[in-house]
Write a protein that binds this ligand. Structure first.
Ligand SMILES: [Zn+2]
Length: 303
């Protein structure tokens, strides 16, 4: 009896550690994907993002810590559409984890779960710009796409972990319900933008514009990924004046000089929009992101 008393606490500890070890290890390329994975995975997953939401997701430097994360992952979630083309392939190669290689069940490219805008027909060349060769990869900025992404993640988790499939499905349904409740409020707040022309710094907000009914008529970047020149800024300035374009939207990680210059010359309002979960303090989940975007639209920068 005495001996049993000593053994039991040990057994309990062992059970607990096995359970937590059995959590599905999810690694994501961005914090938006991590937030969605946490929303549908709940207690059965452990989620880590390879990049922070404060950074431009087109670029990352593969670090040993990132390789270790990919090596241990059961499931890798990526944005796809070439968003991570500059940094993920060498990471996948170094990590030598067959589970998460493209085509295997531990690899989920969420661009396959949403309608991709801006797909090009015909050959693609560098003359078209540095990025977005396979269409526009900024699709997580349409809240309706968040629902598609969450559904795809829940389905894949259910395949990898059938024991908890019902829980993933239930959590997805709750996520979809929350979105249904929140979207009309965001739309009402941004209703003043309806059909208005807007300039974006990079072609990242086409999905947001699609969801909230405004029009992006031009970009500060002359081509995706190409910095503006004096000549391109000058022709943009002419257009802003001629068409009386009232608002410029941009991510926090781009240079501000061009926006400041356009603001000084034309009076255009500049709204710096957080583009990802984690881009700012307080944006901890996917719903926070759109709350913060709506707030940022109303908080234009004065120069
Ligand atoms: Zn981009």
């Amino acid at each position: 009896m005495n001996r049993l008393r000593h053994v039991l606490p040990g057994l309990l500890l062992l059970t607990v550690s096995v359970t937590s070890h059995a959590a599905i290890q999810i690694v994501t390329t961005t914090q938006d994907l991590a937030a969605l994975a946490e929303a549908v995975g709940g207690e059965y997953v452990k989620v880590q993002s390879l990049t922070p939401g404060t950074r431009d997701p087109h670029f990352a430097v593969a670090k040993p810590s990132m390789i270790r994360k990919v090596f241990r992952a059961d499931l890798l979630l990526i944005i796809g559409a070439d968003m991570e083309i500059g940094w993920l392939p060498p990471l996948l190669q170094s990590a030598r984890n067959a589970r998460v290689q493209p085509g295997n069940s531990g690899h989920l490219d969420l661009s396959s779960a949403v309608p991709i805008l801006g797909k090009r027909s015909g050959p693609v060349s560098r003359a078209m710009g540095d990025v977005h060769a396979k269409g526009n990869p900024h699709y997580w900025l349409d809240p309706r796409n968040g629902v598609h992404m969450a559904r795809a993640i829940a389905a894949r988790l259910g395949e990898l972990d059938p024991e908890h499939a019902a829980s993933y499905e239930q959590r997805f349904q709750a996520f979809e319900q929350t979105m249904d409740n929140k979207l009309p409020g965001w739309r009402a707040e941004l209703a003043y933008l309806d059909s208005k022309p807007v300039i974006a710094y990079h072609t990242s907000f086409v999905y947001l514009a699609d969801a909230f009914g405004f029009r992006i008529v031009d970009e500060v970047e002359p081509k995706p990924g190409i910095a503006p020149s004096a000549a391109s800024l000058s022709s943009l300035l002419t257009r802003i004046k001629a068409e009386n374009i009232g608002i410029l939207i941009m991510e926090p990680y781009y240079e501000r000089r061009s926006a400041r210059y356009l603001n000084e010359q034309t009076g255009i309002n500049v709204a710096v929009l957080p583009q990802s979960v984690g881009a700012q303090k307080g944006i901890d989940n996917y719903f926070d992101l759109f709350d913060a975007i709506v707030a940022a639209f109303k908080n234009v920068e004065e120069y």
